[in-house]
Ligand binder design. Structure first.
Ligand SMILES: NC(=O)c1ccc[n+]([C@@H]2O[C@H](COP(=O)([O-])OP(=O)(O)OC[C@H]3O[C@@H](n4cnc5c(N)ncnc54)[C@H](O)[C@@H]3O)[C@@H](O)[C@H]2O)c1
Length: 476
């Protein structure tokens, strides 16, 4: 099958390499020329385990190509995947400009045969209809002008096909998806033509995903609106579980319970399950924060306040501030400690303090720092006057770009222990494997202070204390 992928980010690159690996002929398109030439050399602009091998093997096999020229690729594509970004706008709604620009490109360039356009980007309810309208308008304009298009355009169907992969295990998730949704958008023509188009679209979706649903039929056909909403509802639900357990963790601190025992006890109930019940610094990344915001905005547009979703976002913001408040209470001047909040009467409560920070990416096994709790903590620490020594296995480059304004206060160290040298406190922000069992004695000999803030509850408080540190976890 000839497949074109628009957008070579985490989603587009995994999908493009994955479909090529099944034997398809795939071209990944991007408007970012630098990205395209990097990829064409077999180099990856992002860190994702297993992806470099998959990309290189399929480039070498001649099945995977990269291009910046849709006019050379789209006319022959049978399936076109839209995998462009949908970042949040200032008001919280999804910014759909990349999706609509991709749709216009497809409208201008698709070929004379039947084309299936699958929207894998996370898009608000109604977007599949709007993309269909863009493609239809292009057809109508060509007809009105009386000028035939350079390449005659064939029939098409737009399908909402949201992506559910997780960064860090994206290749595995692509190869073994829990479900694939195919929400058919509006169909043109009379009832017979609509039936034909729907059947063609379903058949192509079955062929496309056949290799990954061979052992269990996890391909669910539905309407586009339901598919679009399922994606947002799923992310908001998982985010809500994180915020719920963080709320409970904070209560544990007040009442003297241990949230690690509470979450394990809860998770043993199969109706509840253990997933996404890990207390800590809150969720981040390119999906949960923006998707919860966009879902809440969708509710408001329809006159409905989604109370749980709104609260989920608020709790998540507060969680980062709580850690900082603890830090200031422990390290800051006496007046800050008395106020019991990060905002003390002293303008720079952490002036002269050196804080080490382990982990910058929003979760382990990715270099993605979008909305990462670590970056919000860096902002607050710099505001409070601290100097920061940070270490992350792969995210220095992306963090340095995002935190460029903090260049005078933030240094990166390849060696995590070097980052801890001379620091007054160490904050664990991301639970990378290599941070799980550190040499606490070595840390103690390197650090100036004795405070360890375990933002992910991965250390044994007793062991930490035995090594002469003060331990600060979340809800324990
Ligand atoms: N990252 C994830 O874990 C994840 C998981 C599931 C769903 N999603 C959703 O998938 C979508 C893509 O996410 P991502 O993280 O891969 O995004 P990304 O920002 O990493 O990549 C998007 C890419 O699209 C390119 N692009 C923009 N307009 C284009 C156009 N007209 N033609 C060709 N390329 C274009 C950009 O240059 C960029 O390289 C988003 O809607 C996101 O919410 C992401």
């Amino acid at each position: 099958m000839k497949i074109a992928v628009l957008g070579t980010g985490y989603v587009g690159l995994v999908a493009g390499a994955g479909f090529a690996d099944f034997g398809n002929d795939v071209v990944c398109l991007d408007i970012d020329g630098h990205r395209v030439s990097t990829l064409a050399r077999g180099e990856l602009p992002i860190y994702e385990p297993g992806l470099p091998e998959l990309v290189r093997a399929n480039i070498e096999a001649g099945r995977l190509h990269f291009s910046q020229s849709p006019e050379q690729v789209l006319p022959s594509a049978e399936v076109i995947l839209i995998c462009v970004g949908t970042p949040p706008s200032e008001t919280g709604e999804a910014d759909l400009s990349q999706v609509f620009s991709a749709a216009r490109t497809i409208a201008e360039q698709r070929g004379p045969h039947f084309t299936l356009v699958a929207i894998k980007s996370t898009v608000p309810v109604g977007t599949t209809e709007r993309v269909t309208a863009i493609l239809e308008t292009a057809c109508a304009e060509e007809t009105q002008d009386g000028e035939p298009a350079a390449v005659p355009r064939g029939p098409f169907v737009v399908v909402s096909n949201p992506e559910f992969l997780k960064e860090g295990s994206a290749v595995e998730d692509f190869m073994r998806p829990m479900r694939i949704l195919a929400g058919l958008g509006p169909l043109r023509g009379d009832a017979d033509e609509q039936r034909r188009l729907a059947e063609q679209a379903r058949a192509l979706m079955r062929r496309l995903y056949g290799p990954v649903v061979r052992t269990n039929d996890r391909l669910l056909f539905c309407d586009a609106r339901s598919a679009e909403l399922t994606k947002y509802a799923s992310n908001a639900y998982l985010a809500m579980r994180v915020s719920f357990i963080n709320d409970i963790a904070n209560l544990c601190e007040e009442v003297g319970a241990d949230v690690e025992l509470v979450r394990r006890g809860m998770g043993m109930d199969t109706r509840i399950g253990a997933h996404f019940l890990f207390p800590g610094l809150g969720y981040g990344g390119s999906c949960f924060p923006k998707d919860t915001q966009a879902l809440a905005a969708l509710g408001r547009q329809h006159g409905l306040e989604l109370h749980l979703v709104e609260a989920t976002g608020r709790i998540n913001q507060r969680q980062r501030q709580r850690l900082l408040a603890k830090l200031v209470r422990h390290l800051g001047p006496a007046d800050a400690a008395r106020n019991k909040t990060a905002a003390s009467s002293s303008e720079k409560p952490l002036a002269g303090k050196i804080i080490a920070l382990w982990g910058l990416s929003f979760k382990p096994e990715t270099d993605d720092v979008r909305e990462a709790p670590a970056l919000a903590i860096i902002d607050a620490l710099v505001d409070a006057g601290a100097q920061i020594r940070a270490s992350d296995p792969v995210a220095h480059h992306s963090a340095a770009q995002t935190c460029a304004r903090h260049v005078a206060s933030l240094r990166f160290f390849a060696d995590a222990y070097e980052a801890a040298r001379g620091s007054d406190a160490l904050i664990l922000c991301t639970e990378w494997r290599q941070f799980r069992q550190p040499n606490f004695a070595r840390l103690k000999s390197l650090m100036r202070g004795t405070a360890l803030f375990d933002g992910r509850n991965i250390w044994d408080p007793e062991q930490v204390r035995e090594n002469g540190f003060a331990y600060f976890g979340v809800g324990r």
